[in-house]
Design a protein around this ligand. Structure first.
Ligand SMILES: *Cc1c(COP(=O)(O)O)cnc(C)c1O
Length: 382
């Protein structure tokens, strides 16, 4: 191993998840790979998702899109989030599709398109009740007229984002869809007919056929993660990421020795304490009650988590170098991101996307995943 801790990403799982999600949703799929592919590695995830049939890639920022283009990826890429004026030229010249979310950016896109002599491809974002980016449905006609007037913007799509698709009650989603349909009608009345209309995130794509439209934007479920506490991925989808480490040290501490800063944990009897090469700078939170798998057993983290290390209480001696699982499976036991999220009072996506850049991502495929301590043709690092 090149590092004492690493995240192992199974690309076979990503490909199978994409195929299964395409089958369920019966709609073209946008693989959402923002935030470094939810911590999994944006370039590798994009390639795997496209190989499995994804039609689009979605990113949050222009620089995330540019990184994909620079990696040689030739698929339509939508920048879902806000754009700084200074980024617009690069985005257009590299063929990224931008989100048009208010009248000000409409003018900037049109000005820059004119200046560089290339039409900006855009998707219009309608705020139907998320209260985030987007134009209100009632402002769509005015904006549509302006887009037509300016001429150098190519309206390729129109979309909205659902605020409450992760809840078991779909009533608000229905309200949002109604507003979205009104916005679509006013676009059509203005003579604009974008190719792609889309609204569904993972939660909606899994639960509500009416929301799937021309394209489903899938993040969480692509990685095998539950879209929300109420909406679970079907059993055919599996988590692609396992977070692992090697035990750094194991020794018996004398009675009443105390473990880590401030001695929040004090061993009353002599105890076997192991050291893990994982700390909060890796994205392993300082929350109490952390648990890892060692030799297939749930093993408690004791004492404060440090920046680069934390300690575990071991029932029996374990050799340094032994594989420890922070997220993933071992000998039939599993720790899922959803479980860790509950402990950290956050969601599963926060857990995986916060694994820091210091933790190398290692890519495996089914069949190669057992050989974790060696590198072969099917395993590589980025
Ligand atoms: C992140 C994001 C998605 C993906 O959401 P998931 O719940 O992870 O599937 C879809 N659309 C937009 C606009 C997003 O920002």
């Amino acid at each position: 191993m090149l590092s004492p801790t690493w995240a192992e990403v199974n690309l076979s799982a990503i490909e199978q998840n994409v195929r299964h999600l395409s089958q369920i949703s019966q709609a073209p799929l946008m693989a959402v790979v923002k935030a470094n592919g939810y911590g999994h590695g944006a370039i590798e995830i994009s390639k795997a998702a496209l190989a499995a049939g994804a039609a689009w890639l979605g990113v949050a920022r222009v620089d995330e899109g540019l990184a994909l283009v620079q990696a040689g990826i030739r698929a339509p890429i939508l920048v879902l989030g806000p754009v700084a004026p200074s980024e617009v030229d690069d985005a257009i010249l590299n063929g990224l599709t931008l989100t048009l979310y208010n009248a000000e950016v409409a003018e900037i896109y049109a000005d820059r398109s004119h200046a560089i002599g290339r039409a900006a491809s855009i998707h219009l974002k309608v705020d139907t009740g998320m209260g985030r980016l987007g134009v209100l449905a009632e402002d769509v006609p005015t904006l549509a007229r302006r887009i037509i007037q300016r001429g150098n913007i190519h309206l390729d799509g129109v979309f909205t984002h659902l605020a409450r698709a992760g809840e078991s009650d779909f009533a608000y989603t229905q309200t949002q869809l109604l507003r979205f349909r009104n916005a679509l009608e006013s676009l059509q009345a203005a003579g604009l007919h974008p190719t792609w209309t889309h609204a569904a995130n993972s939660a909606a794509a899994l639960t509500d056929p009416a929301v799937r439209l021309d394209l489903v934007r899938i993040g969480a479920a692509l990685y095998g993660l539950d879209p929300s506490a109420d909406i679970h991925v079907p059993p055919q989808l599996r988590p692609a990421l396992a977070w692992k480490a090697q035990l750094a040290s194991c020794k018996t501490l004398p009675a009443k020795w105390g473990v880590s800063y401030s001695h929040q944990y004090v061993n009353y009897d002599p105890e076997l304490i192991g050291v893990l090469p994982i700390g909060y700078a890796d994205g392993w939170r300082r929350t109490r009650g952390n648990v890892v798998l060692i030799a297939g057993r749930r093993t408690p983290v004791v004492g404060r988590v440090c920046m680069d290390m934390c300690m575990v209480r071991l029932p029996q001696p374990v050799s340094p170098g032994t594989e420890v699982i922070l997220l993933g499976e071992q000998d039939g036991e599993a720790i899922r991101a959803e479980e860790v999220a509950a402990r950290w009072a956050t969601n599963n996506l926060d857990v995986v996307s916060s694994i820091s850049a210091r933790v190398p991502r290692i890519y495996v495929r089914d069949g190669a995943s057992e050989r974790t301590n060696q590198h072969d043709a099917e395993t590589w690092i980025s």
